[in-house]
Design a protein. Sequence first.
Length: 472
Amino acid sequence: MTSDQPTEAEVRLPSPPGMLRRALAAHPLAVDVFIVVWYFIGCGIGLFLDFAGAGVVVAADDSGGIAVPLYVQWPLLPLTLLRMLAVGAALLLRRRFPMTGLVVTTLALFGEQGMQGLANSVAVLFLLYAVPVYRSVRAGWVGYGIALVGSLIVYALDLGQPDIGYTGTPADVVSGDPAYAMSVAQAVGIGIMTAFWYLAIVMLGINLGNRRRYLEAIIDRAHQLARERDQMARLAVAEERSRIAREMHDIVAHSVSVMIALSEGASRTVQAAPEAAADAMQRSAETGRTALAEMRRLLGALTGPEEIGAELAPQPGLGDLPALVQGFRDAGLDVALETSGGGLGDRGQELAVYRVVQEALTNVLRYAGAGARAEVRVLDSSEKAVVEVRDHGRLPGVTGPTSGIGSGRGLAGLAERVRVFGGSIESGPVAAHEGRGWRVLATFPVNLAARGETQQAGAATGARGPSEEETA
């Protein structure tokens, strides 16, 4: 029997395209540190340009002292350093807290910062891109509004005429530096360009974020399907094991109970009727051989015909009930069989009916003992099939030969068999007004399609007439 468990190659997903993309995805912390390092490098370049004369505000005395950018003068220097560290932390944690980082970098745009404002503007773009990628589309549009409104406020604070003689105060870190103010037309133009630029970044982030989430959903679904397939395989194995256990129980319990009953009967009659004792032992041996043959067939189905060369044989059905009942009669039971109907047509249902009768009579032999009287009725109607096995209890003075050795799986296995076909089963002592004993009552719904096919096949066989082998 081959294994139903999936192999590792069957569930392994293909690698995502792009060697560089896979390398970056495998080391996210390294990428974030790389971005933060380049942010600080950009701040350093901006400071160098400001010292070289490209800054917007300098502080120099009339005697021609060294020009120093305003944002690195005291008391603005600590605020500048704090702003750099805050933006660096926002970039480092942009995957976990993109919205918070976007708010921090947007606030970092306010105030005097010279050429370092370019590095902060680029940081805003990184955080604006990260919001829809690592959060959601709605969060991306919210982040777009925050970044755009913050930038427009910064531009509005720069409106007015330039004042070259202004030297700046510590309040400029919040309000901006009017020494390099813009006109209204310039502010409007830059605001429109900023809106379109931010929109492009947000759309890019939304597109890549949706693709990222879509791929994650597909991968998660693939793993879920693989887990479901594994679970279904394990359930199938468990169900097959349960079925095999029921078959083994039915075979062993029936055969062993019959063999014990025959052996005990032979031991009691070996001196008074040696021929009858020998016949009982012979039937016991035949029962054992039959049980071995059935077990070999069952094991052959498990391990394959190449390992155990068991002969194939059809599963028993309604037509085998007389032989089954006769075997119990030989074991000492007084069994009456009553059947009606033309057969169920479904071999699986017929096997279940056979096993119900076999298990019920085995229990009669086990607990009621030899000489007990039992009736078996298999009534087949157009809508349902009813199987009833009823005994009348143990005869006076008779001790059950196999009492107390039941496994407890018999009735549970029968209930599972019947449930598979949508039927029901009841078992229990007979009502007091009906006498003594035990009753097993099972009901099966009739498979009309299977019955019709069986009847059509029988009619076609009858129409063709006997074959050459039959006439021979």
